[in-house]
Design a protein around this ligand. Sequence first.
Ligand SMILES: [Zn+2]
Length: 366
Amino acid sequence: MDTRHAREMWGQMGSTDEGAELLEHIASIRERSLAACAAARTMDELDAARREVLGRSGTLLQVRRAIGSLPGEQRKQVGAAVAAAQRDVEQALTRRERELLDSEPVLARPLDVTLPGIPVPTGGLHPTVQLMYDLNDAFAALNFQIYEGPEISSELFEFDNLNFPPEHPARESMDTYWLTSSHAKSGAERLCLRPHLTGASVRFMLENQPPFRFVYPGRVYRNESTDARHERAFFQYEVLIVDRHVPLTLGKFLVSTILDTVFGKHVPTRMRTGFFPFVEPGFEIDMQCQVCGGQGCRTCHGVGWLEIMPGGSPHPNVLHAGGLDPDEWTGFYVNVGLDRLAMMRYGIDDVRLMHSADLRFLGQFS
Ligand SMILES: [Zn+2]
């Protein structure tokens, strides 16, 4: 209802000046409010428009208060005009509110799809575990099985089966963690944390028919104080191949498979005779020093070679323990310390870092 229309309507009713003025006022409030609604660009502006007309001291409420002093017939007419104006304004407010909500951006600021994303911390493999996986891949490609022995083993599997004589110092409590519950027992019933992986080789021999070739990586335990070169727990990687005829050159090939995988290039090696209870003949295997390339330096104490792993053919007593006839079967063991290899691979100088769970250290490898 515009002003002119209101005046005409009031004129037809022959009303007083006061009533006509109020009607005019209502029409003008209505027009201003509808214009304010249409002009509102934000919800705050719309709320301000709502308060202006419908609030406690809003313009339409003021008109309502004035109605009381009008004569009966005018009061009815003006009251109806106020109600109509209020309805129109409320409808306009609701419509505009819906429009504003519909056009409001979902994000607080415009979306820029060219901005770089938020990096998600994904973690990574421990360098020792990464090396273990790399070696597993290399040996799996050569048709080796991957085997896992138990970390809690027994005197039988860790010493008796492996040709360690009863008086061998490794059987002392100062070298191996024995489980107190089985302290008074012996053999298969005397339990310990495995001090090496080799015990698992006999378990595999007892469960499988030769010829076979397999690797068995894992954690081993030594009762010793820690320093930059020693840890109470560390990882080893052991390889065993058993067949009717296994030349020593095959052993050298196993060594090369490990070192070439670790360093990503061919590393010269040499084998010297060495004693280990579970092999006959046994070898100390050296690799060319990768720091000086064999020229001699502080790392290799000037000799150009580093002692890297033991190896050799399984001792006949070990084959017997595994249920195999030493006259029919032979083989070759290679055992290497995985942490030490990983340290050489990445140039790490303290073995304690490998088990420190220090994210500043580990984060460099992810
Ligand atoms: Zn050197």
